[in-house]
Design a protein around this ligand. Structure first.
Ligand code: NAD
Length: 356
């Protein structure tokens, strides 16, 4: 299959700003149909692609049009349901993050993808960003040594209320934002041995600390939440050769080494090197949107596996479940303490009384 026939579903901000432009720049990809529950959103695509069929119902689109793959950017409940529909119809499917709400839902999607043998993908674009690809090269250099620690700071200021019909702000935040950061910890860390977490929840304004130990002896610490003034992202990799690589805002990399043997002046000097994406890298390449789609379509063409498929996200969802279980139990306990205090009697209600 050289030319892949694609149906794009959900013509909101993400499709308009990132996915459609990336698809249009990807060779041998033909967007033949688009669908949005709001018909006029689907029509917006005609500004960019003329010969495309418009739909407001995915099931009808899959019946009427021969498609090789769906690319979907909707809310998570629609990702889950549309991915299930697509796989049942034998169509490869790429959904934006988050692919679903819970670990159990992800396990069901993974099982269906395994049975169908189709290529699945989730839009974890951080890991396909140029800077992260460069960090992966550095990590794999023998001189870098063994990764001992991964530090990730993902500061955000939203969401501070539940999204997508969920009742937990914590789960909404983890699925909407921190999913990228947890995924990076998995990417650079490996198989998880243990996860510990602490959550402060001040009326939906969150501080979340996650500490992960990996089976290979490495550790990761993630500081994230919504109690920050604005979005900022920092990452450090520290190795057993005392090398530290710092990434700022998914763009600039600084390499700190105790010494640099190839440098004129001897090996007793501390050394630091800089890297940043090339000025000619397009925004979609830099942010990973085009590379992730390119790799997804390559997997379809070659019969291979896409790296960020449903199964690959399971460890990330296991961490999300662990953090939610602890954080939501704590929030329920605080709510009960407050209620008991207001009622002016000794604490009598238990968290289990609220089903937590
Ligand atoms: P949006 O609300 O702007 O757009 C969603 C669109 O999906 C809407 O037009 C809606 O009408 C349509 N839709 C909903 N259910 C549908 C259904 N069953 N069938 C057809 N159309 C349906 O949202 P958005 O900002 O574009 O975000 C979409 C997804 O992309 C979210 O899951 C979000 O988390 C994700 N996203 C990812 C990144 C990233 O960095 N990877 C960035 C932004 C958004």
């Amino acid at each position: 299959m050289s030319n892949v026939r694609v149906g794009l579903v959900g013509i909101g901000a993400q499709s308009q700003e990132n996915l459609l432009p990336s698809l249009l720049q990807t060779p041998d990809i033909h967007v033949v149909a688009v669908c949005d529950g709001v018909a006029e959103r689907a029509r917006l695509v005609h500004r960019h692609v003329k010969d495309v069929e418009l739909y407001d119902d995915v099931a009808k689109m899959l019946t009427d049009t021969k498609l090789d793959a769906l690319v979907v950017a909707c809310p998570p409940q629609a990702h889950r349901d549309i991915a299930t529909l697509a796989m049942n119809r034998g169509v490869h499917v790429f959904v934006e993050k988050p692919p679903c709400f819970t670990l159990n839902e992800l396990l069901s999607l993974t099982e269906l993808s395994r049975q169908s043998g189709l290529v699945t993908g989730v839009g974890m674009n951080f890991r396909f960003a140029r800077s992260i690809q460069h960090l992966r090269l550095i990590q794999n250099e023998p001189q870098f040594g063994r990764t001992a620690h991964i530090q990730l700071n993902h500061y955000a200021n939203k969401p501070r209320a539940p999204m997508w019909g969920l009742d937990s702000t914590l789960r909404s935040f983890l699925l909407a934002q921190a999913i990228h950061t947890i995924d990076l910890a998995m990417l650079f860390g490996g198989d998880v041995k243990e996860t510990r977490s602490e959550v402060q929840n001040d009326n939906g304004s969150l501080i979340v600390e996650i500490n992960i130990s990996f089976k290979n002896g490495a550790t990761a610490s993630i500081l994230t939440g919504t109690m920050f003034p604005y979005f900022e992202f920092e990452m450090k990799l520290i190795s057993d050769t005392s090398t530290m690589v710092r990434l700022d805002n998914l763009s600039d990399i600084t390499l700190h080494e105790p010494d640099h043997v190839t440098r004129a002046g001897g090996n007793d000097k501390r050394w630091r090197g800089y890297w940043r994406p090339g000025p000619l890298d397009s925004g979609y390449v830099r942010s990973g949107y085009q590379s992730e789609l390119q790799d997804f379509f390559d997997a379809i063409r070659t019969g291979g596996k896409f790296e960020a498929d449903f199964a690959n996200l399971i460890p990330t969802y296991e961490v999300i479940e662990q953090v939610c279980e602890k954080g939501d139990r704590l929030a329920a306990e605080v709510a009960i303490d407050t209620l008991n205090l207001l009622q002016g009697h000794k604490p009598s209600l238990q968290a289990s009384d609220l089903g937590q």
